[in-house]
Design a protein around this ligand. Structure first.
Ligand code: F6P
Length: 544
């Protein structure tokens, strides 16, 4: 039976119709306990969803839907190493990478934990070697610059986590991350660094990604030109599942780090892809991130749905997407250190749940993944919040905010908190005609102007948001937050009946780019698709 015909879905639809006329102002006014009822504390994350347009009954109905969709058994299947990524016939075990207990994790009957632990030991040895100078460049100089080359999951998590935890950075090592194809990042970094003191870490699960291989090959040649043929062996490390490609790139065994096909690219920061994080922050900090992730795994595996933070977040997302028709989620961290968190979540969420086919190959007839985007507050307030408050587009919001400052200036974080809470209130309750009138009258505004201004100054409110409040941003908290969103995404994929772990949609563009690259390089004599002729004429005319 299609999802939208199930009794649980139909019950939610009827419930949404019942609630439709009620403003968040009414929902709060009618229930003095609303905040207590619709907020949860777990792992030092305070999840306040009282400003979502729902009631306890909504949560009860959503939990019934989750039961009916088999969420419990899907969670168990993931943790047990079943091949739930069916289009690639792979297990999904990023959770094994942060399994800090002694629980074995079996893939095809084989416990993968010994390999996971061996990989962590190898990372620690390498990181400590670089930090202590035992691992050094070709001319004997210690490293001062790490250049991570990778894209997507082999870049975004590294950038996000090292920015978030910048206060833990090793002061003797600078980290640079190069991902994009256009060469700008690479050119800028190579201008700044000393080849004798630079270590490149090439991260690519497949080691076939055009951007990464292009950047890595140019970097390699740059080292050869400056330090000689033998130098890359000391100036390159790599992380990949593809050992043949690492052979071809002449990465020596002590500098190569393996990963497994059961780690999805966008979940790979927990694997040796985190090497650059560990180099930048130290292995102890990296392991604390893993611990935070593991704690969230245990919570997700064991907490009842109505107390389970990722499940609740996922279900609220379903409510907003499928029953309130909100097709966009803005993530707004009120801590500058989290400025790349929305970008990180974009890949996690949209590459996972941007699907239109069910697990058994049927075309989907309900909405799936929302568009996710965001910026740190309070910058965001001064750019796009106008549209969120008064525009016609309707967007769900996640506010993330630590109580204690990530800077030395707690007073400023107090202001960040005030802004965050104020925005959540404004989105929920808006500003009524009576309030606008009273405000203007208090400023002695003439009646004619009051009447003219009221429609412009009204804030409709009823814009749903959640607040995730936590004591401070540190490695464990970051690990918890990342895993929270990972499991939220998985929860939604189970409800929608889609595979959150493949990404076939990115392949077509890659294939076309491969075939167009030689045409752009040398258009003469090639057959050019009619749709591109005009553009190619100008490429040829303008190329300097
Ligand atoms: O963009 C698609 C994708 O496959 C992502 O899933 C992945 O994170 C990225 O490319 C990079 O892939 P790789 O690590 O294999 O270079």
């Amino acid at each position: 039976m299609p999802l939208t015909n199930t009794p649980e879905w139909l019950a939610l639809k009827a419930h949404a119709d019942d609630l439709a006329g009620q403003h968040l102002r009414d929902l709060f006014a009618n229930d003095a306990q609303r905040f207590e009822r619709l907020s949860r504390l777990g792992l030092n994350l305070y999840f306040d969803f009282s400003r979502q347009r729902l009631t306890e009954e909504t949560i009860r109905l959503l939990a019934k839907l989750a039961d009916a969709r088999g969420l419990h058994s899907r969670i168990d299947a993931m943790f047990a190493g079943e091949k739930i990524n069916t289009t690639e016939n792979r297990a999904v075990l990023h959770t094994a990478l942060r399994n800090r207990g002694d629980r074995p994790v079996l893939v095809d009957g084989q416990d993968v934990m010994p390999e996971v632990r061996a990989s962590l030991d190898k990372m620690r040895n390498f990181v400590e070697g670089v930090h202590g100078g035992r691992i050094h460049g070709h001319t004997g100089k210690s490293f001062t610059d790490i250049v991570n080359i990778g894209i997507g999951g082999s870049d975004l998590g590294i950038v996000m986590a090292t920015e978030a935890l910048a206060k833990y950075r090793n002061r003797n090592l600078r980290l640079h991350c190069i991902s994009n194809i256009d060469g700008v990042q690479l050119g800028d970094v190579l201008e700044q660094v000393d080849p004798a003191r630079t270590l490149f870490v090439v991260c690519s699960k497949t080691f076939t990604t055009l951007e990464t291989l292009t950047n890595a090959n140019i970097a390699r040649q740059w080292i050869v030109d400056r330090l000689g043929q033998g130098a890359p062996a000391r100036h390159f490390a790599a992380v990949s599942t593809n050992s043949k490609a690492m052979d071809a790139f002449l990465i020596p065994p002590q500098n190569r780090f393996t990963m497994w096909d059961w780690v999805g690219g966008r979940y790979s920061l927990w694997s040796a892809v985190g090497l650059s994080i560990a180099l930048a922050l130290g292995m102890d900090q990296f392991e604390l991130i893993l611990e935070g992730g593991h704690e969230m795994d245990e919570h997700f595996r064991t907490a009842p749905f109505d107390k389970n933070l990722p499940v609740l977040m996922g279900l609220i997302g379903i409510w907003n997407r499928n029953f309130l028709g909100l097709n966009s989620l803005a993530v707004l961290p009120y801590d500058q250190r989290l400025h790349r968190f929305p970008a990180y979540l974009q890949q996690l969420d949209m590459e996972s749940n941007g699907k239109r086919t069910t697990l058994d190959g049927q075309q989907i007839e309900w909405d799936t993944g929302a568009v996710l985007w965001g910026e740190p507050g309070s910058n965001a307030q001064h750019s796009f919040f106008q549209l969120l408050h008064q525009g016609t587009a309707r967007v769900a919001l996640d506010f993330l905010v630590p109580v204690n400052a990530s800077s030395p200036y707690q007073q400023q974080q107090n202001l960040a908190l005030a802004n965050c809470f104020a925005q959540a209130q404004a989105f929920a309750f808006g500003q009524t005609e009576a309030q606008v009138r009273a405000d203007l009258a208090a400023k002695n505004t003439p009646e004619a102007d009051i009447a003219r201004l009221i429609p412009h100054k009204l804030h409709p409110g009823n814009r749903p948001s959640s607040i995730i409040l936590f004591p401070r941003l540190g490695p464990k908290t970051l690990g918890r937050l990342i895993a929270l969103y990972e499991h939220k995404v998985f929860t939604q994929s189970v409800i929608w009946g889609i595979n959150a772990f493949d990404q076939w949609g990115v392949e077509l563009g890659k294939k076309l780019a491969d075939s167009l690259a030689p045409v752009i390089e040398n258009p003469a004599g090639t057959q050019i698709d009619a749709s591109l002729c005009g553009l190619m004429d100008h490429v040829v005319k303008w190329r300097g």
